[in-house]
Design a protein around this ligand. Structure first.
Ligand code: HEM
Length: 138
């Protein structure tokens, strides 16, 4: 029961975090086309004020709930090494942790691990993570 609850929280957090990245990458750039750079910065800042209150904490919840579930689904490593499921879940967890760490350092400590200002790489990582979670039982 606890696992299902934690997994549901994990899914909602992924929904909020991933949803923001999709919106920012696919739609917000269009505002700039319509209103020009100066007005775009103003409009973006007006919603980023609220985004900062919700999205970074969601990422933290995502990582914490993921870390909780990980040992419960990973299982033991057999003599023949990691199974496909274990490899995929491990890769997904590592990508998720990287995303979580870079987001946390950036938002709370102002540290940019790489020189990228857009949210394109985080979106690519989220899409990869979503694909990995779906192919883990192949
Ligand atoms: C941006 C980061 C992340 C996203 C978007 C994400 C997304 C998801 C989604 C959508 C599921 C449900 C998959 C399904 O039931 O079909 C899931 C499950 C899971 N996630 Fe994450 N996750 C992220 C980060 C993490 C991290 C950092 C960890 C571990 C350190 C983790 C570990 C897990 C585990 C163990 C499951 C359960 C897998 C299972 O039930 O077989 N996740 N994640």
């Amino acid at each position: 029961m606890t696992f299902i609850l934690i997994k549901t929280v994990h899914l909602f957090a992924a929904f909020i975090y991933g949803g923001f990245l999709f919106t920012d990458n696919l739609f917000c750039s269009k505002i700039e086309r319509t209103y020009g750079n100066e007005k775009y910065k103003e409009i973006r800042e007006s919603f980023m004020k609220y985004v900062r209150k919700v999205v970074p904490p969601s990422l933290i919840v995502l990582v914490i709930t993921g870390i909780y579930m990980f040992p419960q689904v990973f299982g033991t490593v057999g003599n023949e090494g990691l199974s496909w499921f274990q490899k995929v879940v491990l890769l997904k967890a590592l990508l998720g942790l990287w995303l979580g760490l870079r987001g946390f350092l950036q938002v709370y400590f102002g540290i940019q691990p790489f020189v990228f200002k857009s949210h394109r790489l985080p979106l690519i990582l989220v899409v990869s993570i979503l694909i990995l979670t779906q192919i883990r039982y192949l």
